[in-house]
Design a protein around this ligand. Sequence first.
Ligand code: RIB
Ligand code: CA
Length: 313
Amino acid sequence: MHDSMLLIDTDPGVDDALAILMAHAHASVLALTVTAGNVGLAQTTTNALKLMEIIGADTPVYPGCDAPLLRRPEADASLIHGRDGFGDASLVPAVREPENEHASLAMLRLTREHPNEITLVCIGPLTNLAVALKLDPALPRRVARLVIMGGAVTGRGNYERVPTEFNIGFDPEAAAIVFEAFQQFDLVDWEATTRYGIDHGLLQQWFERGDARAKFFEAISAHARRANIERGRQGLMAADALAMAVALDPEIVTRAETRHVTVEIEGRLTRGATVVDWTGFGGGKSNARIAMEVDRQRFETLVAAALGVQTDD
Ligand code: RIB
Ligand code: CA
């Protein structure tokens, strides 16, 4: 499915888990770099290692930043993901230890070892990548492609301040640094996520027809699925899985808008909002290819296969 190597920056997290299952089912994964976000860094690292044990993968896990660059956010995302980030499913921690190298340093080293071969998929707050950019501003030139899950391109967010989405709102300064440093990236935002929620009945079918990965995801996602239903959302909002599908299969995007996008870092009501220059009058160079519509069938096929479900096509 995908010919370059993936480096996944993540805060596992239930939808992160689905995205990482997809990556290992359809591509070659060079590393997981982990950040705080959905829950604290110790737990997101534990979750990443547990997921590697479930998949039977030896992908190295590099812990990174345990807090945003400047301000500690008021909230994590444990309301959706559970206190442990994996639905409080009482999992036995994996035996394997994380790597000693910091995530940001691993990003720099791996892109030097594999110049222009890596697709960097960022599905959590962007603190690790921002720190890497401060250490080496030439990093973007060594990254073949950057895909970011984040933002709410018309202000319909899901985090503390109305227009903000979690990954960007958790560390707005980091996001602003990243959006400024990369001339081109794919952006999969929260609003696209809400258009492509995964139907709960379809998920149930996959849980019945899938393999051990499906059973694992059923267990860790129960809390998040209930939380989505309680919020009246149409299906399971799997933001990171949608971003991973775009990373694995760029042609899955059937409509995109390329615009200049930056991040508000000052506003009392808007700090962390993704500000899109829809009219082009702002003069900034377009940096983001915003996924507006995707091929839902192909998205769902990628997800199902990662749970061990053979689909007909
Ligand atoms: O807003 C969705 C994002 O926030 C996803 O990455 C999810 O894992 C949460 O971290
Ligand atoms: Ca995430």
